[in-house]
Design a protein around this ligand. Structure first.
Ligand code: SAM
Length: 272
């Protein structure tokens, strides 16, 4: 069952009913889930189930399920099994013909995708990329031809390196870094992979949790209108030269083309 990814109010009424009524709550880490349970006054017993103890704990859980008990599975945040523990348990329950009922709710990948403004009709969830550069580049090469948006989870410390590898292997596509979704410092940063890789290389690792969304191959990086809007904003505090340099980097459009647009906007501005 899904639990919040930041804002504790992002939990469904049905999830609260089931957490209250279950015989046992299977948590990734009981200390993390305890905060949620305390907030809603839920006193159901819980145990930890994760990659480290799965082999030891799984047989006992299967026995309880076979005895007809109702077990609720949660991870620390979001939807279990999605880059989180739970797959082996669901696989074993399914094989034993024990019904598994999903209780849908928060998920960082989908939240990042819908806030990205990038195509949602077809997308591929790629989870975390391999931590080492060789493996990461190899995986990106496999994903380069996927005909849809790509959605990744990434840690702050690896963000700049991953964006640089994406730029090199996927080409200069439009992308979004969605950070701290549903939390106090929520931020959606949009730009070409050239711009984003450069930006995070300069600014260093940001704080918090991150989803990266990359546009499908062959998508136009940005419409002329997008570029004109960004230029109008930039021209309020920058020269034509600096504004066109910043916006061409942001949208991955040739600098000469953006400079011509900036010149026109600034002429129109001074004529009116
Ligand atoms: N199962 C979870 C889900 O459904 O979203 C994901 C678990 S995975 C171990 C954790 C990763 O999800 C983080 O490292 C980050 O990449 C992403 N994530 C989780 N919460 C997030 C948030 N509030 N904002 C942005 N990314 C988030």
């Amino acid at each position: 069952m899904a639990t919040p990814i930041g804002n504790l109010r992002d939990i469904t009424l049905r999830a609260l009913d089931i957490l209250t009524a279950a015989d046992l709550i299977i948590c990734e880490d009981t200390r993390v889930t305890r905060k949620l349970l305390t907030r809603y006054g839920i006193t159901t017993k819980s145990i930890s189930y994760n990659d480290h103890n799965a082999q030891r704990v799984l047989p006992g859980l299967m026995r309880r399920l076979n005895d007809g008990e109702s077990l609720a599975l949660v991870s620390d945040a979001g939807t279990p099994l999605i880059s989180d523990p739970g797959f082996k348990l669901v696989e074993a329950a399914t094989a034993a013909e024990i019904p598994v009922f999903p209780i849908p709710g928060a998920n960082a990948a989908l939240a990042g995708l819908v806030a990205s403004g990038l195509p949602t009709d077809s997308f591929f969830f790629a989870g975390f990329l391999p931590p080492k550069q060789g493996g990461r580049r190899g995986r990106l090469a496999e994903l380069a031809g996927v005909p849809g948006s790509l959605v990744f989870y990434e840690s702050p410390g690896r963000l700049a390196a991953s964006l640089a590898d994406m730029r090199d292997i996927l080409g200069d596509r439009l992308a979004v870094v969605a950070r701290e979704i549903t939390k106090l410092h929520e931020e959606v940063m949009r730009g070409s992979l050239v711009y984003l890789a450069d930006n995070y290389a300069k600014q260093g690792a940001p704080r918090g949790e991150i989803v990266i969304v990359v546009a499908p191959p062959g998508e136009q990086i940005a419409s002329d209108e997008d570029v004109q809007i960004a230029l109008s904003v930039a021209l309020e505090k920058m020269s034509v030269r600096d504004a066109s340099a910043a916006v061409s980097m942001q949208f991955g459009r040739p600098r000469r083309e953006v400079y011509a647009m900036a010149l026109e906007i600034s002429r129109e501005g001074s004529a009116s």
